[in-house]
Design a protein around this ligand. Structure first.
Ligand code: SF4
Length: 331
């Protein structure tokens, strides 16, 4: 490992200020847990991006699913989604008021609740499982997102990004070739601290050599073409749609919804959700955190008014959320 650190120092010496972004909450976790930011040279900055699906789900979607639950629609979802604060309450709060909200650890458990609406979330990694549930006949409220459209928005320049540490799990499904059109230095990384450090080193090499290419530093799991069967399953059951992201606003073709309208809970329950009123908590800076525009420490609520025990914003809920990870390792 010392060799890699030496190489990073050597490369950084010949470069000016460099901003690298990791777009996977799993990488943020490794980076903070192992203090990787602290051992990098001072001109190499690591930013956390929109790699936490819980964090980028829009407030409107959270409020809509809560409204459905309060109106007697049975909901099943992952524990994180149940705790995300909506405008008035969370799904957990709705459960306290008598709503039927089941919590599962994996999508396959949703098959035990076929009369419930599955609140599906995640990037390309979890979309195949939601597609499978649709195939099995469940109705779905999909908050699934596609990562590449958001990365394109990031590259439009609100913040300077010199290279991306690319998400390993998402790339297992999409394949390494998916990212070529981003035309920026990228290294697909695994999740050990060693792999992340090597990925940073390779990124600096690409930047130094002005190579806007994708390097696959996780080739034991990621193929150039990805997982074809999983991609076909997504294509069969889900279609790309425009969607609003927390912090980003509307992004074209950046989300997935059921192909079959009769299984799409947004359509089935449109009368319940069409008048949902959403208020954004203006003190919470999640919208800036997911774009790398501010660190969790810069949010005035961090630590005291917002903690994993009492989350005020979505980024404090999930293990992939930058605020929660920062609270755990850097508070
Ligand atoms: Fe939002 Fe809490 Fe993070 Fe502040 S610390 S940005 S309130 S999640």
């Amino acid at each position: 490992m010392q060799d890699v650190i030496n190489k990073i120092n050597e490369l950084a010496n010949g470069l000016g200020d460099i901003s690298l972004m990791e777009v996977c909450g799993g990488h943020t976790n490794v980076i903070l847990k192992y203090g990787i930011r602290k051992i990098l040279p001072s001109n190499i900055k690591l930013l956390s991006g929109p790699g936490c699906p819980v964090c980028v789900t829009s407030q409107k979607e959270i409020d809509s699913i809560i409204e459905m639950a309060l109106n007697g629609i049975k909901i099943v979802s992952y524990g994180d989604m149940v705790r995300v604060p909506g405008t008035k309450m969370s799904l957990e709060g709705a459960r306290g008021k008598g709503a039927d909200v089941k919590i599962i650890d994996s999508a396959s458990q949703a098959l035990n609740y076929k009369d419930h609406v599955f609140f599906g979330i995640g990037f390309e990694t979890t979309a195949p499982m939601t597609a499978y549930l649709l195939k099995k006949g469940l109705n779905v409220f999909s908050a699934h997102r596609l990562l590449k459209p958001a990365m394109k928005v990031l590259l439009e320049g609100e913040i300077r990004i010199d290279g991306f540490i690319m998400p390993g799990h998402v790339s297992v499904i999409t394949g390494a070739d998916e990212w070529k059109e981003l035309n920026v230095p990228q290294v697909i990384s695994g999740f050990t601290p060693e792999l992340v450090m090597v990925s940073i080193c390779k990124l600096l090499e690409l930047i130094k050599n002005k190579q806007n290419i994708v390097v696959n530093n996780y080739d034991e799991a990621v193929l150039p073409q990805g997982n074809i069967a999983a991609k076909n399953m997504i294509k069969e059951q889900l279609k790309p749609v425009d969607a609003e992201w927390r912090g980003f606003g509307m992004i074209k073709s950046s989300a997935l919804e059921p192909v079959n309208d009769q299984q799409n809970a947004r359509i089935i329950y449109v009368d319940i959700i069409k008048n949902v009123k959403t208020d954004i908590d203006t003190a919470c800076r999640c919208g800036d955190v997911v774009k790398g525009l501010c660190s969790p420490h810069e949010c005035p609520l961090f630590g005291d008014e917002c903690s994993p025990q009492m989350p005020r914003g979505a980024c404090m809920v999930s293990d992939e959320g930058a605020c929660r990870i920062t609270y755990v390792y850097e508070r």
